[in-house]
Design a protein around this ligand. Structure first.
Ligand code: IMP
Ligand code: MG
Length: 192
């Protein structure tokens, strides 16, 4: 297994970092009631943990998108399949993402949210793969700098698998995983 993937950020690292982000956001938004907008499905785990680490009234809302081909081919154009169902006028919005890679998806979603009349729109991502950026997106909050590698777990998938993995794994051998998408299934252990 070791040659295919290794733990990059273990569940304890994730727990600690999410708690820190929660404290920071709590401090930054004192007296306000931020709207957290998360993109399904990858951001769902992070949102669930992050909002419980924020000691303010927080409203969770969801969007779902489909990409036209991969992000780079489509230049980040996405189709919105599910949209937030509240008026964002005057609200403090935080876009909560699992990972920012090229930045195309986040740039598009930030522009959509800004066009809705929000008072403020910020980006919070668990993983920031800055090496892969093709448009300048700078998250206000980022959990971890992510190496230029393919990662799975804690919301992030390979062919819809491994979102329920408690740890975040770096996959070294994507060929092996393509050949057997369930190769890492034994690592999906119940959280202790
Ligand atoms: P971007 O538009 O290139 O920033 O794409 C961000 C999206 O690509 C994320 O929301 C993920 O769904 C997906 N993605 C990017 N990198 C990875 C990865 O290493 N593992 C799994 N999904 C990824
Ligand atoms: Mg995916």
């Amino acid at each position: 297994m070791a040659e295919v993937a290794r733990v990059l950020f273990g569940r304890e690292d994730v727990r600690r970092r999410v708690a820190e982000l929660g404290r920071t956001i709590t401090g930054d938004y004192v007296g306000r009631e931020p709207v957290f907008v998360t993109v399904l499905k990858g951001g769902a785990m992070f949102l669930a943990d992050l909002m419980r680490a924020v000691h303010l009234p927080v409203e969770p809302h969801f969007m779902a998108i489909s990409r036209y081909g991969d992000a780079e081919e489509s230049l980040g154009r996405v189709q919105i399949l599910l949209d937030v169902d509240i008026d964002l006028t005057g609200r403090d919005v935080i876009l909560v993402e699992d990972i920012v890679d090229t930045g195309l998806t986040s740039r598009y979603l930030l522009s959509v949210l800004r066009s809705r009349g929000a008072a403020t729109v910020e980006l919070c991502t668990l993983l920031d793969k800055t090496a892969r950026r093709i448009v300048p997106v700078q998250p206000r909050y980022a959990g971890f700098e992510c190496p230029d590698a393919f990662v799975v777990g804690y919301g992030l998938d390979f062919q819809e698998r491994y979102r329920n993995l408690a740890d975040i794994l770096e996959v070294f051998d994507q060929g092996a995983l393509r050949a057997d998408p369930d190769l890492l299934q034994s690592l999906v252990a119940p959280a202790a």
